[in-house]
Design a protein around this ligand. Structure first.
Ligand code: ADP
Length: 303
């Protein structure tokens, strides 16, 4: 199976004619409540592709927590190792989106911020049965590093999405990572120079390999993907689709990539799978709702 060790969040989205200013009360128009969190999104991406998927993480002892766990189960994700933290709220993102496309986002990490060594221990019990571990950066970095160490010790492949963007990751993390998958913004934060387009992506990937990752994949949005290991370097163009909302495209990419590697396909084919899943997610609005199921995915790849 594939295990995701990461964040589980509820997004509360309000749409407004414009963003409110400080102290202002504004009448909005619509309200949506959607399941999110990069960890949960990547888990759902994999489960929808038919991969046996389990998530290890935390929610709060509130209605959101119950709902988040139920939604993951409905998508086919194994949730036995989600710990319900009695001391804190579930992770919540409060999002205001204006007609002009601007947004304001407040993220309360809540239970995600409490992920710690106890969760790493629960993870460790599952590792002998697993083939791959997926990590992101919406839980404390100490827990991410400990999880990567545990996976390394159990000989499990680690796929690490350094999102949301962060600079100064601990040096010890890189050699524990098999595949790192930044987008342009995240790659720039990690390497300390702007990353825009294939040439700079290649430079950034070289730096990341130098730091000890085995494979660096830089996601360049609608442009495509650059991939480098010690043995090979290649570029895969994005699938030409009509994009309506790229939210969760990066998570879909990681799901497609991990699914292909899980099924024993080549690195090149895995990047193509990632690109296909990312492109399909971009054609639909929403986060988890935009992630393709296996039927849609296979049909798209055959086209
Ligand atoms: P993130 O969502 O992390 O910012 P990207 O925007 O690079 O990452 O999207 C991840 C992947 O999804 C891309 O590498 C690409 O394969 C695919 N993708 C994203 N946007 C589009 C698009 N407009 N058209 C086609 N594919 C896309």
């Amino acid at each position: 199976s594939i295990i995701i060790f990461g964040s589980i969040n509820i997004d509360l989205v309000a749409t407004t004619p414009r963003l409110p200013v400080a102290g202002e009360t504004l009448l909005g128009e619509e309200f949506f409540k959607v399941s999110g969190g990069k960890g949960a999104n990547q888990a759902v991406a994999l489960a929808k592709l038919g991969i046996p998927t389990q998530i290890v993480g935390r929610v709060g002892a509130d209605d959101f927590g119950t709902e988040l766990v139920n939604n993951l189960q409905t998508s086919g994700v194994q949730t036995d190792n989600i710990f319900v933290d009695q001391t804190v709220s579930s992770g919540v993102a409060i999002i205001t989106v204006s007609h002009t496309g601007e947004n304001q986002i407040v993220v309360i990490p809540g239970a995600n911020g409490r992920v710690n060594q106890e969760d790493v221990e629960r993870l460790s019990h599952l590792l002998p049965e697993a083939r791959t571990l997926l990590l992101q950066l919406e839980i404390p970095i100490t827990a991410v590093v400990a999880a990567a160490k545990a996976a390394k010790g159990a000989n499990i492949k680690v796929i690490f999405d350094p999102a949301p963007a962060q600079s100064n990751l601990p040096d010890e993390l890189y050699p524990l990572v098999d595949v790192i998958t930044p987008n342009e913004v995240e790659a720039a934060q990690l390497v300390g120079f702007p990353v825009d387009g294939e040439e700079l992506a290649a430079k950034a990937a070289a730096v990341l390999l130098q730091r000890g990752v085995k494979c660096a994949i830089v996601k360049l949005g609608a442009k495509g993907i650059f991939c480098a290991t010690a043995e090979e370097k290649f570029f895969v163009p994005a699938f030409p689709v009509h994009a309506v909302d790229t939210v969760a495209a990066g998570d879909a990419f990681n799901g497609g990539l991990a699914a292909a590697l899980f099924e024993g396909l080549s690195l090149h084919q895995a990047v193509v799978w990632g690109a296909a899943a990312g492109a399909l997610a971009a054609t639909k609005s929403g986060a988890q709702t935009s992630l393709p199921d296996r039927f849609t995915f296979n049909a798209f790849l055959k086209e």
